[in-house]
Ligand binder design. Structure first.
Ligand code: BGC
Length: 733
């Protein structure tokens, strides 16, 4: 097994030369321009693009330039050379709210999980273009959008921001978002590179993983997203990986990202993730939000080092060329942001479409759903369904006109107290449901008092419970149990009414101890600014559910590789800053590259709901899987038919299931197909051989043998395997 450390030995200074050689090997006009501009930079200009501030008046004396816009970051430009200032905003779910400081509002897309659940790259590209255009119309030219860490632990506080647990799926979905954003001449930033999967001790947790496992999972996801999305920038993570901070990690930044993958854009730090000047030699190109670091390393100190040390001098040139490559390749200088009106109605429509395709129907006994509109009385209980739909907390939070419908402070009084607010978008399920069924009487109960909610449920034809689990950046959830006694409430309502439907607004997987007691379950995630309308359309069948789980729902935390989240018992304060004294390691060798459904397949354990799972109001048949090609180029084809009596979308999934008879499960391709009742379609999928291979001895290796593939309704429902023989093959790219 290749050890991670061995690869990290390549000296950073030697690498700088290697990087230039890789970059020059193909004609690249943005790079040629970048080299020309960088060659003209003199004196302080050379360290103008290498550091930035948070353009927020936080009382630390930082001078905020006049042209800066309140947001996440600002990097001064070089007007003499036509280099624009970089104006950065969060994030993947919409142009972020920053506590309302700008006094504006934006389109709030559904959470990353909801986006992942669409399995629809075309739709996610449209979503990306939507927020890209909004950012551009508000004066921003860099979006810190592209959160794509794999869900190794569903308790991670940022689970809701990310796309799922599978490298191919997350890589393709993230790439689509990047393409959409950058089509509007706004740079997109994939983050957080890499292995940034928990918030507990996020500034110092040390992830232990071997090179092979990392390359076949988390790194592969980034590799695919970079190849197919060509992002201008990458944000490195807070955590350590095998002892070195991710933003000063020679292996991750130099050896893998820049040398092996030939990445030409720049690496910006996460905010407060820079630990010293030497991070530059280890591959970091830009110090972001520098007020949050111990020192401003990438300004005078970098310039002085460059004047005396050739390694820093070469590095500084490379750093500038990389930032400029990002600017030129996305056309940021030629297409500067233009403050203009935003078509919020059109964008809200996109947000609703994403929500509708991302909502997953998990259970539907006896055709309880869709509702008919003929119900006399419906009880609507819990989840502040009279006010709005839940959104996740932290830097990604976007808000629509007027700010949140409801903002519940959850305590704390430090600088991060603002993050500790459970907020709800102005899209109220109760109102949306009433619009669908004017003849039905809807009775709302908050659910605080179980007894009166039960009485209302008893006297209704159907009871719909909205159950919530709030997640935020900075804090992991304590467990997968729904908080605030909601499990008890659901069980009590289910006993009172056989037609009980649970609508979940959760960041990710949750326990469902009541699953056998209720008639239906709908996972709506954090469904964004038109979430209620989307939920109502699904419940009444105006939209046929087509979302599929992008993450495995375990039966209980005992089924996870780590039944207890590492560090959770250490009572580390939320948002705790850097610490070299708190020892916190997380050992990823337990699951290696077998994250999520791969882990469940390997261990032969049955989850509550598997990856790829989701029901529809129609039925589909998927048949005739054939695999063609060889070890260099492989493809799958299958036929799908809508066998029911209403139109619907299906997500064909093809999995590798075994190699030479040994279980090895990998999603190798997926698509999303819209079919009228009775309609059939042939689906062709290209299989990336890296998904089948192992990473060993610094390259991909495909063993000779029998590879079996199957059509999956989901990762646990696989049928009629087809086996092909593949010759051995080794390669590096
Ligand atoms: C987060 C990033 C975010 C940055 C700027 C950090 O705390 O980890 O995802 O882009 O802040 O807001």
């Amino acid at each position: 097994m290749t050890t991670f450390k061995r690869l990290a030995l390549a000296s950073a200074a030697t690498f700088v030369l290697g990087a230039c050689a890789t970059a020059q090997s193909t004609p690249d006009f943005p790079l040629e321009r970048a080299k020309k501009t960088s060659a003209q930079m003199v004196g302080e200009e050379r360290v103008q693009l290498t550091w930035g501030i948070m353009p927020l008046a936080i009382g630390d004396g930082t001078e905020i330039p006049e042209d800066a816009i309140p947001g996440a970051g600002y990097i001064s430009g070089i007007p003499r050379l036509g280099v624009p200032a970089l104006k950065e905003t969060d994030a993947s779910l919409g142009v972020s709210y920053v506590g309302g400081l700008r006094g504006d509002y934006s389109t709030a897309l559904p959470s990353g999980m909801a986006q992942g659940a669409t399995f629809n790259t075309d739709l996610i590209e449209i979503g990306g273009a939507t927020i890209g255009r909004e950012a551009h119309s508000k004066g921003f030219n860099v979006l810190l959008a592209g959160g794509m860490n794999l869900i190794r632990d569903p308790r991670g506080g940022r689970t809701f921001e990310y796309l799922g647990e599978d490298p191919l799926h997350s890589g393709l979905m993230a790439a689509a978002s990047v393409r959409g954003i950058q089509s509007e001449h706004v740079i997109s930033t994939l983050k957080h590179f890499a292995l940034n999967d928990q918030e507990t001790g996020r500034h110092f947790v040390d992830i232990k993983i071997d090179d092979d496992s990392a390359r076949e999972s988390d790194l592969l996801a980034f590799q695919i997203a970079i190849e197919k999305g060509q992002p201008g920038s990458i944000m490195c993570a807070y955590n350590k990986v095998n002892e070195d901070y991710a933003c000063g990690n020679n292996y991750l930044l130099n050896s893998v990202l820049k040398e092996d993958w030939g990445y030409k854009g720049w690496v910006m730090s996460d905010w407060g993730a820079v630990h010293g000047l030497e991070d530059a030699l280890n591959g970091l190109d830009q110090q972001s939000g520098s007020q949050l670091d111990k020192d401003l390393f990438f300004h005078d100190k970098l310039l002085q080092a460059a004047e005396t040390d050739p390694a820093y001098d070469e590095r500084l040139t490379d750093m500038n060329e990389r930032v400029l490559w990002g600017i030129y390749s996305v056309g940021v200088d030629a297409n500067p942001p233009v403050i203009r009106d935003i078509d919020f109605d059109k964008n809200a429509h996109t947000a609703q479409k994403v929500a509708e395709e991302g909502i997953v129907l998990l259970k539907n006994d006896n055709g309880t759903l869709p509702l008919t509109g003929d119900e006399t009385r419906i009880a609507v209980i819990g989840g502040y369904a009279d006010s709005g739909v839940l959104s996740g907390g932290g830097s990604s939070n976007a808000q629509t006109e007027g700010g949140p419908a409801l903002a519940l402070p959850l305590g704390g009084d430090g600088p991060f107290a603002m993050f500790m607010t459970e907020s709800y978008h102005r899209s109220a399920p109760l109102k949306a449901l009433k619009t669908k069924a004017p003849e039905t009487t809807f009775s709302y109960r908050r659910g605080d008092y179980i007894a009166n909610a039960v009485e209302t449920a008893k006297n209704s034809d159907v009871a719909i419970i909205f159950a919530t689990q709030w997640m935020t950046e900075g804090i992991d959830v304590a467990s997968l149990a729904l908080p605030r006694g909601q499990d008890e409430l659901i069980s009590a309502i289910a006993k009172a009414n056989p037609n009980t439907i649970v609508v979940l607004e959760t960041g990710g997987p949750v326990d469902m101890p009541w699953i056998d007691e209720v008639a239906g379950v709908v996972e709506a995630w954090y469904p964004g600014m038109r979430g209620a309308e989307a939920i109502a359309n699904i419940l009444y069948g105006d939209v046929n559910p087509s979302g599929r789980l992008p993450v495995t729902f375990p039966k209980s935390e005992d089924q996870l590789p780590r039944p207890m989240l590492d560090g959770f018992d250490m009572d580390i304060p939320s948002f705790a800053p850097h610490s070299d004294t708190i020892p916190l390691e997380v050992d990823y060798s337990i699951e290696g590259s077998d994250i999520g459904y791969r882990w469940f397949a390997k261990k032969r354990i049955e989850p509550l709901f598997p990856f790829g799972y989701g029901l529809s109001y129609t039925s589909f048949a998927q048949n005739d899987l054939s695999i063609s090609g060889d070890a260099t180029k492989l493809s799958a084809s299958l036929s799908v038919t809508n066998t029911g009596d209403r139109a619907g979308m299906v997500t064909p999934q093809v999995y590798l299931v075994s190699v030479n008879g040994e279980t090895k499960q990998r999603l190798v391709g997926f698509s999303k197909v819209d079919l009228a009742a009775g309609q059939s379609q042939q689906v062709n999928l290209v299989i990336d051989p890296r998904i089948l291979a192992e990473w060993e001895n610094d390259g991909w290796s495909l063993a000779a043998g029998d590879y079996s593939f199957a059509i999956g309704n989901n990762a646990a429902d696989l049928k009629t395997p087809v086996t092909v023989f593949l010759h051995a093959r080794q390669w590096t790219d």
